[in-house]
Design a protein around this ligand. Structure first.
Ligand code: GDP
Ligand code: MG
Length: 163
């Protein structure tokens, strides 16, 4: 079976945008409204010559337990349990939020390998803003911009190295 890479993080950090970038087709629904991507999206793709199964977790699910954290967990826990690598995303422009901290603590408890990605880190302030994510205790944040295509080559190298 192919190695499984799961993109996780709170709603609206850019998970689906990153999924689309890595897959190379507009397969996942991307929207401004948090929670629009309800279903788990999966695709097989090639990253630096390695075939992987990439999973884009939903930020919110209507049918799941009715707290924010409950919904995030419900949509992500089965995917994370199977993951060979979790790409945990935060929004560098928003900074670290309580939801990020809560979700990161849960991710750490799952004991899966994690790659920390600070998305929306385009432009001059991007890298500095991304460093705030060190505080999550998930290692060195990798600054990227899924929308503007910055840092993706480095990210693909990091993913391939961990497969
Ligand atoms: P998800 O809920 O985590 O799947 O987030 P989406 O991929 O749906 O993106 C949420 C919003 O963030 C959309 O308006 C995207 O266009 C925007 N977005 C995604 N990546 C970036 C980025 O690298 N920079 C900026 N500025 N916006 C982004
Ligand atoms: Mg999404």
């Amino acid at each position: 079976d192919l190695p499984i890479v799961v993109i996780a993080g709170r709603p609206n950090v850019g998970k689906s945008t990153l999924f689309n970038r890595l897959v190379g087709r507009r397969q996942a629904l991307v929207a401004d409204t948090p929670g629009v991507t309800r279903d788990r999206k999966e695709a097989e793709c090639t990253v630096r010559g390695r075939r992987i199964r990439l999973i884009d977790t939903a930020g919110l699910e209507e049918s799941a337990p009715d707290t924010l954290y409950g919904r995030m967990r419900a949509s992500s826990e089965s995917a994370v349990a199977q993951a060979d690598l979790v790409v945990f995303c935060i929004d560098a422009r928003a900074g670290i939020t309580p939801a990020d901290e809560h979700f990161a603590a849960w991710i750490r408890r799952q004991g899966r390998p994690v790659l920390l990605v600070a998305n929306k880190a385009e432009g001059r302030q991007g890298a500095a803003a991304a460093m705030e994510a060190f505080a999550l205790g998930l290692g060195t944040p990798l600054a990227i911009s899924a929308e503007h295509g910055e840092g993706l080559s480095e990210l693909m190298g990091e993913i391939a190295d961990r497969m």
